[in-house]
Design a protein around this ligand. Structure first.
Ligand SMILES: C[S@@+](CC[C@H](N)C(=O)[O-])C[C@H]1O[C@@H](n2cnc3c(N)ncnc32)[C@H](O)[C@@H]1O
Length: 296
């Protein structure tokens, strides 16, 4: 490969990401590169549209540095923001521990950050996802963050760790028998989710670098396309789970991320189908209605 000068690499990157970001990205790529040839190949991956986080292999999420790998969704700053806020709302302790179910867990970012922030022995988390790539990455992330990975069998013993635990679960949360899965020990005190919520119409308009690298299953809110679908399929499923007898504990909390313009619909779904009360909507740092909270 002919050697390209650093100024040429900067010019190449600038064309793709703009001058303001190019300098910063080049610094990060240089830090990740083994040698000048490797740096050139990283820059060429970037200029062909690959997301920076897949090239660097990690993404900060609160105080954690999580692994990122295609096709698993890269954790977004808005998700980080509400997870940090949720961590301050609920105060589990080793004397009063809680069980957490994170639906559509992806990289495991939500439950792993909560396990990291809450006191040792205060939370047993389960993260469910339909994608084996996601479950594999979530397990690697738990190890990386020093969070004990529990299997279903060790969970039954529940004595093998004094710290917080993360149990990965490869499952379709929409399947009729999901709630009866033997790996789930309800009632849950907290259910969290950042489910797929993009409409088919908006998916068609997404940037090619998102569509080419991130799993469509992580993005499309209506797995079976329906005319005028509003991307709300998963919220109906989550509300039905929350409404099941004994699934959500008394005073339990459900917190879900929503797409732009979906919050009020999801709030209604939570009230009518989830039998949840004291629902509220949280905004993200960009003033978008981003999270719906409900309580049993
Ligand atoms: C928007 S991503 C969120 C990932 C992660 N929670 C985050 O915030 O970065 C949605 C996730 O839902 C998973 N998913 C899609 N359909 C599912 C289903 N039927 N059951 C379980 N997980 C599903 C995808 O594999 C993907 O990891």
């Amino acid at each position: 490969m002919p050697r390209i000068l650093p100024t040429e690499l900067f010019a190449l990157l600038s064309k793709h990401v703009g001058q303001d970001s190019a300098g910063m990205e080049l610094r990060w790529l240089r830090a990740a590169a083994r040698d000048p040839h490797h740096l050139q190949s990283l820059v060429s991956r970037r200029t062909s549209g690959e997301p920076l986080q897949y090239i660097l292999g990690t993404q900060p999420f609160g105080p954690l540095e999580l692994l990122t790998r295609r096709p698993v969704l890269i954790p977004r700053p808005e998700t980080e923001h509400w997870t940090l806020r949720l961590a301050e709302l609920i105060h589990p302790s080793s004397q009063d521990p809680i069980s957490l179910l994170d639906l559509c867990t992806g990289s495991g970012c939500i439950p792993l950050l909560l396990c990291h922030l809450w006191p040792p022995g205060s939370v047993q988390a389960v993260g469910a996802d339909i994608s084996s790539d996601a479950i594999q990455l979530a397990v690697e992330n738990a190890h990386r963050c020093g969070i004990h990975v529990s299997t279903f069998h060790s969970l039954l013993r529940a004595t093998d760790s004094n710290g917080n635990t993360f149990t990965p679960l490869l499952a379709d949360i929409r399947s009729l028998d999901f709630a009866q899965s033997s790996a789930l020990r309800s009632p849950f005190h907290l259910i969290t989710s950042n489910p797929p919520y993009i409409t088919h119409e908006d998916y068609a308009k997404l940037s090619p670098s998102v569509k080419a690298y991130e799993d469509p299953r992580a993005l499309l809110g209506d797995p079976q396309p329906t005319p005028y679908g509003k991307g709300l399929t998963f919220y109906h499923d989550i509300a039905k789970l929350a409404a099941r007898e004994g699934f959500l504990a008394r005073n339990g909390v459900v917190a879900v991320e929503v797409g732009i313009g979906q919050a009020e619909d999801v709030q209604r779904i939570f009230q009518e189908e989830g039998r949840l009360r004291e629902t509220e909507i949280w905004r993200d740092p960009w003033e978008v209605q981003r999270v719906v909270i409900g309580r049993r």
